[in-house]
Design a protein around this ligand. Structure first.
Ligand SMILES: [Zn+2]
Length: 250
């Protein structure tokens, strides 16, 4: 049986409302079900993502934030933070890095989960959104070394936001994953959370496609459905499994 690791807390950092649901919501829902505290950090509010006559960016942001809050509730996340950076124009600036360090130091997650900043395109019909790469780059740069680096951001220290080193980083990986999380128990939660993004789904039923992707990632493990990651362990002392996360068996 494959070990199943459950962190005590995890923070997902992405660019847009619905990015978590497309990528890692099955894992986060499974962790939440097993007692993990889950935080969602959404860098933009997806305000250019509703094309409709009479729609303003302000209205679209409100709709998409509300959809994201519903999706987070379905998956069992305890908070959703919107950084309200410009949708479609996100850059991995030092300012964004500092905003993310602030969130990491406040929530103090055991695991940070984000996208893969090296994916520019996949196959012959998909170019990755530049916001996805920007959010992932900023998330990794904030996680290491900045969040755990004392004396780096004096103003954060003065606010009591002291250095914090996440133990692990899960990078969602479509094609190069080496860690596969069985999401058989939470595939329906993932699909329900995705459906909460009504402005994006419109008449599209996500179920067949999401199941097809998740079953493609379950090859090689005893599961029908999986999400795949590259996992980087930054802190690995002898007792961490006993004192922090727990390892369950599927
Ligand atoms: Zn996106």
């Amino acid at each position: 049986m494959a070990p199943f690791y459950v962190p005590s807390s995890a923070m997902a950092i992405v660019a847009h409302p619905d990015d978590i649901e497309f990528s890692c919501a099955g894992t986060l829902a499974r962790w939440a079900k097993n007692g993990a505290k889950i935080s969602y950090i959404i860098c933009t509010s997806g305000e250019v993502g509703i094309i409709q006559s009479g729609m303003t960016k302000e209205k679209a942001a409100q709709i998409r934030e509300s959809e994201q809050r519903n999706a987070a509730e379905i998956a069992g996340a305890c908070e959703v933070i919107f950084l309200r950076q410009p949708d479609g124009l996100l850059q991995p600036t030092l300012e964004l890095r500092k905003m993310l360090v602030r969130e990491i130091r406040r929530f103090r997650p055991e695991v940070v989960i984000t996208g893969d900043p090296t994916i520019v395109w996949t196959g012959d019909e998909y170019i990755n959104h530049p916001d996805h790469r920007a959010a992932a780059t900023a998330a990794l740069d904030a996680t290491f070394p900045a969040a755990g680096q004392p004396n780096l951001f004096d103003e954060l220290e003065q606010e009591g936001l002291t250095a914090h080193k996440p133990r692990k980083v899960y990078v969602t990986s479509w094609t190069k994953g080496d860690t596969f999380v069985n999401i058989d128990e939470t595939i329906d939660v993932k699909i329900a959370a995705l459906r909460a993004h009504k402005s994006q789904m419109k008449d599209w039923d996500p179920e067949p496609r999401i199941k097809e992707w998740a079953s493609g990632r379950a090859k090689g493990i005893e599961a029908l459905y999986a999400e795949s990651y590259r996992v980087i362990t930054l802190v690995n002392d002898e007792n961490w499994e006993k004192t922090k996360g727990q390892v369950l068996f599927e």
